[in-house]
Design a protein around this ligand. Structure first.
Ligand code: GTP
Length: 346
């Protein structure tokens, strides 16, 4: 089975973290995010994955390479962003596609049953089958109602009116090659959600109602939520053992005299000074936190340095190489640009 992962978005909602590291390979619980997706795809029989990249594509290839645990990885690189469907057409025109394809949004952490989705796709003779997942709060998503035969009835955008279903598009599609040929225009940006699928309603488009763990990691809050979930063991993954506080400490970290956890992740070669607290936060690699600091519910990208007695309040995101001077309080929900220096009063 062949899959194509959409991994070319700019990840604007995760800036400044995504200014230097593309979302698909941003560390999640100490591993490049896509490695969780690739494990999931392998478990459902995918033997080749096409990574559709644009923004910072070299970084994606540099991190993942051409083989992942026996799975072949191929890259299709866009000069201009082609949206969610345009890249699939580009892959077709480049001679990459076989007869049937799984297309996945590259920012979803899930354990949903792709094997069952493919089985339903075969049984119904669908031209395309979308995974649909129930969410508690549909207000930030469009919903997709289906009929008793599981045919998609409509694509309903976000609206103030009560939604007829709590099922949303989970970003996992089984698609026949002929749909790519006939329904996705070449050479321009095309959206599955706004163009291709609405036009396929009543013409062989089915929904597969799935369940299980599902989260898209595209916002800071959901990135942290996915981190806490992985640390607590749902979804299952091959993460190393967590410590008694439920935290994950990478290789070469120095934390003597510091309070790490609960639910913290330290990448490799981080250092946290005496009497400092790091809780419910993520430190990528080579992050240095001085003595007597507090870091809560925040994300510090590679090589961030935090001076003694500084405080990082919940929801802060510090870009690669940012520096916080001693004694500074970085306010809740702050965004610190890569390489920026935060001084007292700034
Ligand atoms: P935001 O800018 O924060 O909305 O993030 P995003 O750029 O990732 O957009 P969105 O979350 O809507 O994208 C869903 C998936 O499609 C992600 O896996 C993106 O990487 C991917 N994607 C979005 N736009 C493009 C594109 O133009 N080309 C490719 N190849 N992938 C894309």
């Amino acid at each position: 089975m062949q899959a194509l992962v959409l991994a070319g978005g700019a990840g604007t909602r995760l800036r400044p973290l995504t200014q230097t590291v593309p979302k698909p390979v941003m560390p999640l619980a100490g591993r490049p995010f896509l490695s969780f997706m690739l494990d999931w795809l392998r478990a459902h029989g995918v033997t080749e994955t096409i990574l559709s990249c644009g923004f910072l594509s070299d970084r994606v290839r540099g991190v993942l390479g051409d083989i992942y645990h026996g799975m072949r990885l191929r890259y299709v690189i866009e000069d201009e962003p082609l949206g969610t469907a345009g890249p699939v057409r580009l892959a077709l025109d480049g001679g990459f596609l076989e007869e049937r394809l799984l297309v996945l949004n590259g920012d979803v952490l899930t354990d949903m049953d792709l094997t069952a989705q493919l089985e339903q796709h075969r049984q119904t003779g669908a031209r395309a089958t979308l995974a649909l997942i129930a969410v508690e709060d549909v207000s930030s998503y469009g919903v997709v109602p289906i009929d008793a035969e599981r045919r998609v009835e409509a694509f309903l955008e976000k609206s103030d009116r009560p939604a007829p279903t709590d099922r949303i598009n989970a970003g996992a599609y089984a698609i026949e090659r002929e749909v790519v040929e006939s329904s996705i225009a070449p050479g321009r940006a095309v959206s599955f959600e706004r163009e291709v699928f609405p036009a396929l309603v009543g013409r062989g488009l089915y929904g597969y109602e799935t369940s299980g763990y599902w989260i898209d990691i595209g916002t800071p809050a959901r990135y942290l939520e996915a981190t806490y979930d992985l640390l607590s063991g749902r979804p299952e993954s091959s993460l190393p053992a967590r410590d008694v506080t439920g935290s994950l400490i990478g290789a070469g970290c120095l934390t003597n005299g510091a309070h790490i956890g609960p639910q913290a992740v330290l990448g490799s070669h981080c250092s946290v000074g005496t009497d400092s607290t790091v809780e419910r936060s993520v430190l990528h690699d080579h992050v240095l936190v001085g003595a007597d600091c507090i870091v809560r519910d925040s994300v510090l990208a590679d090589r961030v340095r935090v001076g003694d007695r500084a405080r990082i309040e919940p929801g802060a995101l510090l870009g690669t190489g940012a520096r916080v001077e001693p004694g500074v309080v970085v306010a809740a929900d702050s965004r610190v640009q890569p390489g920026a220096v935060v001084e007292v009063g700034s």
